[in-house]
Design a protein around this ligand. Structure first.
Ligand code: ZN
Length: 235
């Protein structure tokens, strides 16, 4: 069941309207459209860095995805025409709830609204070809988010999985991150001012691989839920 809220939890207090709806009777949208940015973190799991032949960076490796890349549960992932190799990357996403700048790690919980599932969909061929990852990780529909924002969660040791057509491709735990959530949010707040609604993708565990037209991709994170999207061609 869903309880309907009035207001916007990012900007003003919310109130329950009293209305309740069955989950199967509604269409969920992306739980947040970032007003300013999605920040990605590359190579934050040792086994994933090595599966692509990379070393683990000494400091978090950051990139940006535009807010036009965000889609919600059951929205289609549209494969870009200019890529022949698009990969899934199941990741824990952090939703920022309060403005933050130069934040120490021990204060990070004060600015986190909650967590959701994400898929940092990546055109791997373009990532290899381009010096910057803007095209590879920024195309429309390359940032599925959902199904909702879990606000009561310890992100320290959660199973992060990806299934493609029911077959498990990724199976990691957030405890395997090189830089944990508190370290990442603190580090990123020294690079940029974080605004309410900003989203941080915390990196993907090992097992990334190609997705193709017709595939059904599911990201599942323990104690959050399941984010499913269908892969379609760019017609
Ligand atoms: Zn990623």
């Amino acid at each position: 069941m869903l309880a309907v809220l009035e207001g916007d939890p990012l900007y003003k207090p919310v109130q329950l309207t009293g209305e309740k709806l069955a989950l199967e009777d509604v269409r969920l949208l992306a739980p947040v459209i970032p007003r300013s940015k999605v920040i990605g973190v590359g190579r934050n799991y040792v086994e994933h860095a090595s599966e692509l032949g990379n070393d683990v960076p000494e400091e978090p490796l950051l990139f940006l995805k535009p807010n036009t890349s965000v889609i919600g549960p059951d929205d289609p992932i549209v494969l870009p025409k200019h890529s022949d190799e698009v990969h899934h990357e199941a990741e824990l996403a952090v939703i920022i709830g309060r403005i933050a700048k130069d934040l120490p790690a021990e204060r990070v919980t004060e600015v986190v609204l909650g967590y959701t599932c994400s898929n940092d969909v990546t055109a791997r061929d373009l990532q290899r070809k381009d010096n910057q990852w803007a095209r590879a990780k920024g195309f429309d529909s390359s940032c599925p988010l959902g199904p909702w924002i879990e606000t009561d969660l310890d992100p320290g040791d959660l199973a992060v999985r990806c299934l493609v057509n029911g077959e498990q491709r990724q199976d990691g735990r957030t405890s395997q991150m090189v830089f944990d959530v508190a370290a990442l949010v603190s580090y990123i707040s020294h690079a940029f001012t974080l605004l309410p609604g900003d989203v941080i993708l915390t990196g993907t565990p090992a097992g990334v691989g190609p997705i193709e037209v017709g595939d059904h991709v599911v990201v599942s994170i323990e104690n959050i839920g399941v984010l499913a999207n269908q892969v379609v061609a760019d017609e």
